[in-house]
Design a protein around this ligand. Structure first.
Ligand code: SF4
Length: 117
């Protein structure tokens, strides 16, 4: 199967093409740097994404902005968003505080991206 991707690792947005036979990614072309080649391999075989969402804050209707510390596997995203939406934190919260450890068994923590006193 032939894949056409746009690398999202930097603003250059290189157009990458590759072949995938269900086991191996071959004939990767169009990348400008090693990050693009690695991106194509991951995107085709086991895509991942950063997740940003809003968690609840006890005592207020103003939500807390959070994100995963690193990308998680795409099939986990729906469940991760559900867990985050159902989470309520107790202030104070500071940028970088871990809000949820190892979300959905991904090995990745969810952290706060804003301060709430
Ligand atoms: S391949 Fe490299 S230069 Fe091209 S968009 Fe990806 S990170 Fe940027």
């Amino acid at each position: 199967m032939k894949y056409e991707l746009t690398c999202i690792n930097c603003p250059m947005g290189c157009r990458i093409t590759a072949d995938y036979d269900g086991h191996e990614v071959t004939n990767i072309q169009g990348f400008t740097c090693a990050r693009g080649k690695a991106y194509a391999q991951t995107e085709i075989t086991d895509p991942t994404r950063m997740v940003t969402a809003l968690a609840g804050v006890e005592g207020t209707h103003v939500p807390l902005s959070v994100k995963t510390q690193s990308p998680i596997r795409k099939p986990l995203i729906f469940d991760a968003l559900k867990v985050i939406r159902e989470t309520t934190v107790q202030p104070p919260v500071h940028i970088g505080d871990v809000i949820i450890e190892n979300i959905c068994g991904s090995g990745v923590n969810v952290i706060a991206t804003e301060n709430i006193d």
